[in-house]
Design a protein around this ligand. Structure first.
Ligand code: HEM
Length: 511
């Protein structure tokens, strides 16, 4: 083991020396903070890394070089360098790094979508999920589920506030809504799931574990420090596995007794289940899925869609409470577009032409990107970013949060100004590198669903309720701090009193 440690120290030293040297006249690895022995810059990423990296970029420039234990990393912090990673070198950076926690939760390597490397399995799984959940046709077919869930949310908020007399923790109910929605798209029979709160808590715990990889992933010599986390992850994985297994077993039993279609992701996945020969019915071997792969896909869809969408809605409502003029303008434009809407639920078709609502959704995504540094990528061959040489196996973070707050990219960057998007051709679809949900082949698969849900939910919350801040709070004192984590959580939940504007509608929803 002494020899191992010596080898590791030499490797550490050689990384330092290589990074400091100019190779063939090209610029060496990008500059960054002075790395500590052994841990490198790992300590910098412990708490809200997007904020730290934005500050480092002010000092070191648009590409910050980091050493995370034995791994190299870069963080890009401008639209131009984000474009280089996500577009110019899309293929080189289209892989995800391996982390042990991911492998544990996802039944091995390359089993799913989000954390799977660029391989045939990723292509197959992403295609299956896209067709089952978010193509234009599928979005249309599933519209009724989204409307029902928003309607149910209005009712829950109304009930919880005792008809507008008490403040509610809006984010919690929005999370329950996105959890129910995602579960129903996976399993169309899961209409009133009694254990939805438990599932949501579980997903949050799993995400918490995902957001802090094991030390051994970066410093193998210190992997003994991971013992407790490994035990925790194993336990949590077992609990999650039993939920996912139960979903599959229940569906298989239902399929034995019913010949009608379930019209959901589970049905599509099970139609591709591999037999003993690795084939799925008439499908080719490469199209067949193992049960472990199905569970990994289900877990990623639950983990990828629920919290991100709910957080964006919560940040959006908080910004509107902070900026009542914006809230009034959105409401007015909704009412102008829908003069006869009155107390009915707003549907997606109703709001396609409400431009200010769309501007508002973009402004929320800009100021509060739910995944502030995208999902990390890893390079597969040497390339140049910002003129610096980036060796293969370098982790890459794209600090979209930092780009959004850069005054040279967005004048008055820290202010919430939806009107900045009026008449501007900037979309969230991955072509504009100043406003991103990812880009290229690894762009967020759920983008159409997320954007629809954020707009639809906010439109209904604004249209059906007059929102009052809890006692003692003013727009100026509303807390907008962020907490630590993979996602951009609010440090303090948004509490507000929803005064129903249309008693009849709420009463109908309750009926
Ligand atoms: C506001 C809500 C959402 C945000 C902010 C968000 C953000 C992201 C980001 C930043 C990535 C990484 C992109 C990259 O590396 O370039 C991603 C990937 C992904 N997202 Fe989302 N997401 C949201 C909602 C959803 C929903 C609703 C689903 C599914 C129903 C979903 C499924 C996925 C999947 C499967 C990937 C992996 C794509 C791949 O690696 O090929 N997301 N998302």
């Amino acid at each position: 083991s002494r020899l191992g440690s010596l080898g590791w120290i030499l490797n550490d030293l050689s990384l330092h020396i290589r990074d400091a040297l100019q190779i063939g006249g090209k610029k060496p690895f990008p500059p960054g903070p002075r790395a500590w022995p052994i841990i490198g810059d790992l300590h910098l990423l412990a708490d809200r890394p997007h904020q730290i990296i934005r500050d480092l970029s002010g000092k070191y420039g648009p590409v910050v070089g980091l050493r995370l234990g034995k791994r190299r990393a870069i963080a890009v912090c401008t639209p131009a360098t984000a474009r280089e990673v996500l577009f110019t070198h899309d293929k080189i950076f289209a892989n995800r790094p391996y982390f042990q926690v991911n492998e544990q939760f996802l039944y091995g390597r390359d089993t799913s979508v989000v954390f799977t490397s660029l391989c045939p399995a990723w292509r197959r799984n992403r295609k299956i999920c896209t067709i089952a959940l978010v193509t234009a046709r599928r979005m249309q077919q599933l519209e009724h589920i989204r409307s029902e869930e928003v309607s149910f949310l209005l009712r829950e908020i109304y009930e919880e506030s005792q008809g507008g007399r008490k403040s509610v923790e809006v984010g919690r109910y929005v999370q329950l809504m996105t959890a129910r929605l995602t579960l129903r798209m996976i399993d169309s029979e899961a209409r009133f799931v009694p254990g939805i709160e438990g599932l949501l808590e579980m997903i949050k715990e799993v995400e918490h574990e995902f957001s802090s990889p094991l030390i051994g992933d970066f410093i193998p010599a210190l992997s003994f420090l991971d013992v407790w986390k490994k035990i925790r992850v194993r336990r949590m994985h077992r609990r999650m596995d039993s939920i996912l297994s139960a979903l599959i077993v229940k569906r298989k039993q239902a399929m034995l007794t019913s010949s009608s279609s379930f019209d959901d992701l589970l049905e599509v996945l099970l139609s591709k289940e591999a037999d003993q020969n690795g084939c799925a019915g008439s499908a080719a071997v490469v199209d067949a899925l193992t049960v472990e792969e199905m569970k990994a896909i289900l877990l990623e869809i639950l983990g990828g869609g629920i919290i991100t969408t709910a957080l964006t809605i919560e940040w959006g409502l908080a910004e509107l409470l902070k900026h009542p003029r914006c809230l009034q303008r959105v409401r007015m434009e909704i009412e102008e577009a829908l003069p006869k809407k009155g107390d009915d639920l707003i549907r997606e078709v109703d709001i396609v032409n409400v431009d200010f609502l769309k501007c508002m959704v973009k402004e929320v995504a800009r100021l509060h990107p739910a995944v502030p540094m995208l999902v990390p990528r890893i390079s597969t061959q040497e390339c140049q970013i910002g003129g610096y040489i980036i060796p293969p196996q370098t982790l890459a973070f794209v600090n979209v949060w930092g780009i959004s707050r850069d005054e040279s990219v967005w004048p008055n960057a820290l202010q919430f100004l939806p009107e900045r998007f009026e008449g501007k051709d900037v979309e969230l679809k991955g072509q504009h590198f100043e406003l991103l949900f990812g880009s290229g082949r690894r762009i967020c698969m759920g983008l159409p669903l997320a954007v629809s849900m954020v707009g639809l939910t906010l439109a209904n919350l604004i249209h059906h309720f007059d929102w009052q801040l809890s006692e003692g709070q003013t727009p100026e004192t509303l807390n907008m701090d962020e907490s630590n984590g993979l996602n951009l959580n609010k440090a303090v939940s948004t509490m507000a009193v929803p005064k129903p504007r249309f008693m009849i509608a709420i009463a109908n929803t309750l009926a």
